[in-house]
Design a protein around this ligand. Structure first.
Ligand SMILES: Cc1cc2nc3c(=O)[nH]c(=O)nc-3n(C[C@H](O)[C@H](O)[C@H](O)COP(=O)(O)O)c2cc1C
Length: 334
């Protein structure tokens, strides 16, 4: 059997498969099943900034949330107080999970303002979380905010949170940045240890009869994988951050591609919903088989072997590939 142990932000994982953040990881029962099936770690469902804000308002603590329009914005958010069981039960879940499981438990904070992240990040750490994942689910819609300001704010948010905890912090990023490698450097300097590639945005459709937007939670497909493979291949070796790939992984071959491209670990979410926690066992066995058949003694040995680390200018390389593809398309059978 190949050695599947990997290192994620200084944590030792017995396999590169992490159960991604979703309500599925929000029960001890599922976490036990995931560990038994061979998961290396689990990211708990996110605790949302809006939940912390609601709780803090209840306690009349007053928040320093960074924008003046925030109070107004809160008025059109749904009541999130008890989503994922609310903040007190969230901490309780971390405590119980820490006691019952040996795999690392990663807590997740989801928001865009520093606010109470510091206090709550520390509470998550004290409850026993081994790491923190920050999901910055933000669309920059203000024409007055430049890309560099948005990136500075993001780095500041990370710096602020990192300064409050001693456990490693990863950032789950959106793919929509003009200069991703540069941003990755900024986040590294802000103290992040890992990048999760990528967050998925849920794009609304339009209902033409009711003439309203319709929120849509579409299932992920394998197509999500390609964008993530590209960026992990480009970032690997160019930034001193551990890389996790999240999006479109449902088969062992997807995970193999993720590792070869440079990710240390893969997160699996939708496929767990579809097939249940036992899927992890199939993924572990499939990865092991592939490594053995292809002469790798460990997952670490395979990591990054198809990355663009040794390509001097990945941008030029990408463009050359693009032109070649177009040419092959033109020359191919009609
Ligand atoms: C039902 C559901 C709930 C989710 N909840 C969260 C969440 O609370 N926090 C978070 O960071 N990501 C959340 N995600 C996103 C997943 O963690 C993951 O990034 C995304 O689904 C892409 O990975 P996949 O293709 O393996 O599903 C959720 C996804 C699903 C399907």
């Amino acid at each position: 059997m190949a050695n599947l142990e990997v290192n994620w932000m200084g944590l030792r994982l017995k396999s590169p498969f992490i159960a991604g953040s979703s309500p599925l990881t929000g029960t001890l029962e599922n976490l036990l099943k995931l560990e038994k099936a061979g998961a290396g770690a689990a990211v708990l469902p996110s605790l949302f900034e809006e939940q912390l804000a609601a709780a803090a308002t209840d306690l009349d603590k007053g928040l320093e949330l960074g924008t003046e329009s925030y109070g107004e914005a809160l008025s059109f958010f749904p009541d999130m107080g008890s989503y994922n069981r609310g903040r007190d039960l969230y901490l309780e879940l971390i405590r119980t999970a820490r006691k019952e499981l040996s795999m690392p438990i990663i807590a997740s904070l989801n928001g865009i303002h520093p606010g109470s992240w510091c206090e709550f990040g520390r509470a998550m750490q004290d409850a026993g979380a081994d790491a923190l994942e920050l999901n910055v689910y933000a669309l920059n819609t203000d024409p007055a905010v430049s890309a560099s300001k948005a990136e500075r704010d993001l780095a500041e948010l990370v710096r602020h949170t990192v300064s409050c905890v001693t456990i490693p912090v990863s950032v789950k990023l959106a793919p929509f940045y003009t200069a991703l490698p540069n941003l990755a450097h900024k986040l590294k300097r802000a103290g992040a240890r890992g990048l999760v590639l990528f967050n998925r945005f849920y794009n609304p459709d339009l209902d033409l009869e009711k003439k309203t937007p319709v929120p849509r939670l579409s299932k992920t497909t394998q197509d999500e994988l390609w964008l993530r493979l590209r960026w992990s291949a480009i970032l690997y070796g160019r930034v001193k951050l551990d890389l996790a790939l999240s999006g479109g992984v449902s088969k062992a071959e997807d995970a193999v591609k993720a590792l070869l491209s440079g990710a240390s670990v893969v997160q699996v979410t939708s496929a767990l919903y579809e097939k249940g926690p036992e899927l992890i066992r199939t993924l572990v066995l499939g990865l092991d088989r592939w490594l053995e058949e292809n002469g790798y003694s460990s997952a670490r040995e395979a990591t990054g072997s198809l990355s663009q680390k040794s390509v001097e200018d990945p941008g030029a390389f990408e463009r050359a590939n693009y032109l070649q593809l177009l040419r092959a398309f033109r020359d191919g059978p009609r």
